[in-house]
Design a protein around this ligand. Structure first.
Ligand code: GDP
Ligand code: IMO
Ligand code: MG
Length: 430
């Protein structure tokens, strides 16, 4: 059995949740390796819609192990809520099959406050999800962070909270002129999560290595997308972790050589939420129509998502950055009613044509997308399960995307439901 990674190739919300849920059926273990509750992964199964922020999307499948890896930043309040809701729906039947790395960092109340303050009073608004992600990763990098294992040790936790609040309160009060936090209150508030966390906290690295030795099939669940990556995304309009396949190893503790296949997830068009450049954005009625048909509203914040044509320049680069072995092409049905479909094949900046995304964020804003136009198919493909049942123009569109991105399409999605899926090649089979 192969080990498979799933990665978003655009600006997040590509449909990773649906693909991970689908592929989980063939996996033994599903592991999240980065990000935190900024993610919103939607699954529609058995007529039920579930949105997961922290817990791996494999949790809806029975008898699978789900792991929150060391690279994740975890908000215990979100975790508690998610576990409660999932249990109410009849999931997480066996608590032993859900593991949280003791090395994962904890999102603290001051992280959330600093995230909000930076966004409202800072100079550069990023349009974050407001979940405290940036400040939590800042603390991790500056070696001030509090890990799950620290939270479970009252003495260590107390010391760390006090040490952190000396600095955080100074910044919040002096710089942002806002109200600080009382260490005792923070310690008390977070102590209520200790019991819950103790139940699931484990040495996930040893566990995953055991799975590897026993040739279990492991599925790595990416969050966000390649252009939100802190190094390779549209910096500074990015998230605060490495979202790409390269981080599957660091964020889980499994070696890079253990990952056999990388499924790159992309929509049949493009969207992003929050600030930042978006060369193929359709600001007018066509973008509005895409948002309406695609129901493009954030799964975490409810914000309207910005929509535009498929951008082959960024997806082609993302295929290379992540070592994509096959694409999952999502939401093809959203293009059903478009007479003509544009695909961006290059950028023009000034008088020059570019086939790669620019390094300079200012150039990103100046990009004029160069489009190739294809004919639409003008009929509903919603729920189609067989490639042969797709209209010829839809097949032509898919073929052209394969040529332009340099990757073959292995999975096609024609609706949000589990069943609305065309599998050309299963990445788990050899
Ligand atoms: P993720 O963050 O990558 O998991 O994606 P989100 O869950 O945030 O957003 C994807 C949205 O598209 C969700 O509402 C899904 O239910 C929906 N979706 C996924 N695949 C399809 C599809 O093929 N067609 C349609 N119409 N909706 C889809
Ligand atoms: P999933 O896993 C789409 C975006 C935010 C903002 C930027 C930084 O569901 O695809 P952050 O809160 O991370 O500091 O925000 O990143 N963002 C996402 N956009 N999907 C996501 O996750 C996202 N997670 C963060 O909108 O622009
Ligand atoms: Mg999402």
């Amino acid at each position: 059995m192969a080990n498979v990674g799933v990665i978003g190739l655009q600006w997040g919300d590509e449909g990773k949740g649906k693909v991970i849920d689908y592929l989980s059926d063939f996996a033994d273990v599903i592991v999240r390796f980065q990000g935190g509750p900024n993610a919103g992964h939607t699954i529609v199964a058995n007529g039920q819609k579930v949105i997961l922020h922290l817990i791996p999307s494999g949790i809806l499948r029975e008898n699978k192990y789900c792991v929150i890896g060391n690279g994740v930043v975890l908000d215990p309040a979100v975790l508690e809520q998610e576990i409660t809701e999932l249990k109410k729906l009849g999931f997480i039947k066996d608590d032993k099959k859900f593991l949280i790395s003791g090395l994962a960092h904890v999102i603290m109340p001051y992280h959330k406050k600093l995230d909000a303050l930076k966004e409202s009073k800072g100079t550069k608004k990023i349009g974050t999800t407001g979940r405290g992600i940036g400040p939590a990763y800042e603390d991790k990098s500056s070696r001030l962070g509090i890990r799950v294992i620290d939270l479970l040790d009252r003495k260590v936790f107390t010391e760390k909270v006090k040490q952190n609040l000396e600095i955080k309160n100074y910044v919040i009060k002096k710089y942002y002129k806002d109200e600080g936090f009382k260490p005792r209150q923070v310690i008390k508030d977070y102590s209520q999560y200790v019991k819950l966390l103790r139940k699931y906290t484990a040495d996930s690295v040893s566990f995953l290595h055991k799975c590897l030795d026993r040739k279990k099939a492991i599925l790595f669940e990416g969050a966000q997308g390649t252009y939100l990556d802190i190094d390779h995304g549209t910096y500074p309009y990015v998230t605060s972790s490495n979202t790409m396949s390269g981080n599957m190893s660091c964020g889980s503790g499994l070696p890079p050589t253990s990952i056999d296949r990388i499924v790159g997830i992309t929509k049949a068009y493009t969207m992003r939420v929050g600030e930042g450049p978006f060369p193929t954005e359709l600001a007018g009625p066509e973008g509005e129509l895409m948002r309406k048909i695609g129901d493009e509203f954030g799964a975490t914040t409810g914000r309207p998502r910005r929509c535009g044509w498929f951008d082959a320049v960024i997806v082609k680069r993302a295929v290379k950055l992540n070592g994509v072995t096959g694409l999952a092409l999502m939401k093809l049905d959203v293009l059903d009613t478009f007479e003509k479909i544009n695909v961006c094949v290059a950028y023009k900046i000034g008088k020059r044509l570019y086939s790669q995304p620019p390094m300079d964020i200012q150039d990103y804003y100046r990009c004029e997308p160069q489009y190739e136009q294809l004919d639409g198919w003008n009929r509903s493909i919603r729920g189609v399960k067989k490639y042969e049942d797709l209209p010829e123009n839809a097949k032509k569109y898919l073929k052209r995307l394969e040529e332009l991105t340099g990757a073959r399409i292995d999975i096609i999605s024609t609706g949000p439901e589990r069943e609305s899926t065309i599998i050309l090649r299963n990445p788990f089979s050899s």
